[in-house]
Design a protein around this ligand. Sequence first.
Ligand SMILES: [Zn+2]
Length: 200
Amino acid sequence: MNNLQARFRSMESYQQDSLQRDSLRRTGQYFSFPIRGYSTSAIGGTHGEGYKGTGFDLFDYNVRGSHPAQDIFVNDRNQDNIDDRTGKPVDILAMSRGLVLAIETDWKPGSDYRGGNWIWVYDPTLHGLFYYAHNSEVDVSPGQWVKAGEKLAEMGRSGFNAYKSRSPTHLHLMYLQIQPNGLPQPLNTYEWLLTARPSK
Ligand SMILES: [Zn+2]
């Protein structure tokens, strides 16, 4: 990712400085809300308190009680991955422009992997990674650029815990900021979600 960052910065299109990026984020011009037809009221909890950042280590597969993510819930009482209001699957959309780095598409019930069918998207403007988990279907491939608001997947219940009936159907959205030392650090996306543009 540091190499990607260096390449991206050397491209002519990379004009914004960090101040401009901050103002973009504040004005709501930067992020798209990651679920079509839904907005901030679908975020778990009342003030984004579902985020628990401490204890998480990306590399040892032990979350230690942390939940460095926001869960965003949809109307799916019978847990069939179909939106009860629209009768259709729920589209997962890219929060921002980025490069799809990796996907999982082969999760099966019984697997103890938590994320299910997931997507990692690297945003070179923010120099960070978005992780979209529990999808039923993934519609992008590694190496593909996506725009903010572009469809990535359809929401599902894949993942060890997400598949259980006690778990309402949701998107698990995580963002990892790449630190100067190259290591990823979870960052709460709640404020970003509040300013994100909803998609109909
Ligand atoms: Zn979650």
